[in-house]
Ligand binder design. Structure first.
Ligand code: ADP
Ligand code: MG
Length: 373
């Protein structure tokens, strides 16, 4: 595998900038010429435009290659409002939003009418949970809270008591226990506590791309800390991005992302609690109630950002031995796992697409399969 320069999360930004400068310069010369010739119009042509929002507690970088800066600005303003609303209403543990109220209703054994948007989000989450054999299980909010991850600060101290973990596991909350009557939702198990932290970001990235398209912005990349969706191209090239190394420094691999695709990574390196030298990551295996250890990161490429996000979490739980079955069940062909020892596991299609940016000791290529042992 040969290497090519990738800069930070999003590579190949520089040629576009230089090109737009040259275009503007030549445009001015042309303008002078045409002014003398009695022609007054000169189209400035497309260039890079970028805005950064602070939403979902993270920086969201929105970049467009467009000749419509005003439409771009208007789309971003609208998106900011939508994302603030999502953050407020669909937060798992903060405030008094729709999801917090739904969780309270479920705990009481009541049903609650939710917005069509939340009902749609939960229907999708239920489907992804079932396809992943419930390794993606957004009903385990109580476990996530027990481990201390329902907090802005990284949790401290020893892990929770084994007996408390076992008690929550015995309650077996699962998305299949959610019952939909139109947009009225209840759960047959009061221990269901919804936490969309592993899914909502991917859903929101897809939505951002669609919203930009509705404003006529067809070449864009929306990036939340390395999780991203793209539309169109970056001028005459595809958008190219770098995937962060979960164990080392810098970029592990770069990949060209096609129109409509999303790249989502779940990592054990960003949010974790540490006690006596052991790291307990924020991705929890719903079968054991304990944080995942065998995978440092899982990356998924798909046209469906929500699916990719849910799958990246599910595949982190599935680990090097079981990811093949879960990927096949979720309909994924492009998957990369970095395990705790730094070995990289890729599906054949992912292997063909990525270009490693640093030497990798072990690369294991194997296909998603229903019946992999
Ligand atoms: P990242 O935020 O690194 O992209 P994820 O997408 O995997 O990681 O989201 C992790 C969050 O999802 C956790 O903070 C927690 O709120 C929730 N979560 C943890 N384990 C699971 C799981 N097995 N299934 C669904 N949600 C989970
Ligand atoms: Mg996820």
């Amino acid at each position: 595998m040969h290497s090519r320069a990738a800069i930070g999360i999003v590579a190949r930004e520089i040629p576009g900038l230089q090109r737009s400068f040259i275009v503007h310069l030549s445009c001015r010369i042309l303008l002078l010429f045409f002014l003398f010739a009695g022609v007054s119009a000169c189209d400035r042509g497309p260039g890079d435009h970028q805005q950064t929002l602070l939403v979902f507690g993270t920086l969201l970088d929105i970049k467009a290659y467009t000749d419509k800066p005003d439409e771009f600005a208007a789309a971003v303003r609208g998106l900011e409002q939508t994302f603030q609303m999502m953050h407020r209403e669909w937060h798992a543990w903060k405030g008094d939003g729709e999801l917090v109220r739904l969780n309270r209703a479920i705990a009481r054994g009541d049903a609650m009418r939710v917005t069509p948007e939340l009902a749609d989000l939960l229907r999708q989450a239920k489907r992804h949970a079932q396809q992943s054999d419930h390794l993606f299980n957004p009903a385990i909010g109580r476990l996530v809270a027990l481990w201390g991850f329902h907090s802005d600060e990284p949790p401290a101290g020893p892990p929770p008591d084994a007996s408390r973990i076992a008690a929550l596991i015995a309650q077996a909350p699962a998305m299949s226990q959610l019952v939909f009557e139109e947009n009225r939702i209840r759960a047959s198990n009061r221990a269901v506590a919804l936490d969309l932290g592993a899914f909502a970001k991917g859903y929101a990235l897809n939505l951002a791309i669609r919203r930009l398209q509705a404003f006529g912005i067809g070449n864009a990349i929306v990036n939340a800390g390395g999780d991203l969706c793209v539309s169109g191209r970056h001028g005459d090239r595809p958008w190219a991005i770098g995937i962060r190394h979960p164990l080392g420094e810098g970029v592990i691999a770069s990949v060209e992302v096609a129109d409509g695709e999303c790249v989502l990574t779940s990592g054990n390196y960003e949010r974790y609690r540490e006690h006596e030298g052991i790291r307990y990551a924020h991705i929890i295996d719903p079968r054991s109630g304990y944080p995942v250890r065998h995978v440092a990161s899982a990356t998924v490429i798909s046209r469906d950002g929500g699916l990719a996000d849910a799958a990246a979490t599910a595949l982190s739980v599935a680990g090097p031995q079981q990811w093949h079955r879960i990927a096949a069940q979720m309909g994924l062909a492009e998957v990369m796992l970095v395990d705790e020892n730094g070995a990289v596991h890729v599906s054949p299609r992912m292997g063909q697409r990525i270009e490693f940016q640093q030497p990798i000791d072990r690369v294991l290529v194997s296909a998603p399969l229903q019946s992999q042992p």
